[in-house]
Design a protein around this ligand. Sequence first.
Ligand SMILES: O=C(O)CCC(=O)C(=O)O
Ligand SMILES: [Fe+2]
Length: 336
Amino acid sequence: MSSVEYFDLPIVSLKSASQDPRAGGRDVVKALETVGFLGIVDIPEFDVKKLQQCCSWFFQQSWEVKKSVMKRNFNKDNTNIYRGYFPVLEDSFSRKEGFEIAADVPYDDPDVISGNFFYEHSTWPPEDGESFEFKKTMLEMYLRLHNIAMEILRLVSVGLGIRETSFEHFFNEKPCSTFRLIHYPPWKGPPPEGAKVEDGKVVTTPVHTDSGFLTLLATFHYHGLEVMTSEGKWLPVRPISDGLVLNVGDLFSKMVGGRFHATQHRVLDIGIDRYSVPFFLEPRFDANINVDMTIPFEDQRYERRVEKYGPWVLKRMAEKNFFEFKDLPNSSAEKY
Ligand SMILES: O=C(O)CCC(=O)C(=O)O
Ligand SMILES: [Fe+2]
């Protein structure tokens, strides 16, 4: 029997890297330049079990509860369009249900008042007040993942030889980040043609790159994530059950002049229920993303047109046709 060829991600111990940022920064930058993916282990104050508990708590909720937090596109009684629950669509070959939250900004913030959906408040399922504290744990984990991402960006800065805090201002206030719980149920019966890929494999998320800045992903012990190697070959990622997988999004790649790779990846149907939790780090809506972070700020003497993150990402979502976003208001990109 032939053994499975895995894609062994470069691994960084966050604890060691933070103690020796020069060596850590060099390792992180090298991984992002070559593979575009990185495994992160030894993460202080991070317990992947809490993410697992969030998934099992949420996805076991009744249809009524799920409906109460469903995005308006799927339940016309609701007002939330960007945050909340999206169900499995039986006619789509992206086969997953998910629940998404963000960090709320105050109600009197101009972006909330103007109805900019990136700043829509998260919507929460009712809790019985006794067992697992879902909302509290989700908010705690959001904050921890945000801070882990910031720690990694400090290491990246050291590795690039720029000021350690160079990336912070993009994310400090009002980041548009999304924290998502995903459940991929296996196909019931024969999968649609569009979900079939080479060698009899079947996808539950087709090939894509992430649009945002960077993704921190918990895949627990589950197999199924595959990345495209530089030789154009699909290889499975060996699960990192107590750590996180980091991957570069299109925006990060753009903001370092293409030096880091937004690597293509996909998720295969593994024949059983699969869960994963991505944290998509995204800048403020109006952050100017037309920069090259590999050039020290003092040396950036040429004129650059301001390009805001929000309109940029809306355009990309429309181009990529991600099913979660397909019914967002049409004119959004033009509006801002
Ligand atoms: O579930 C996974 O392992 C990957 C998910 C993913 O690629 C995504 O949500 O963008
Ligand atoms: Fe992805």
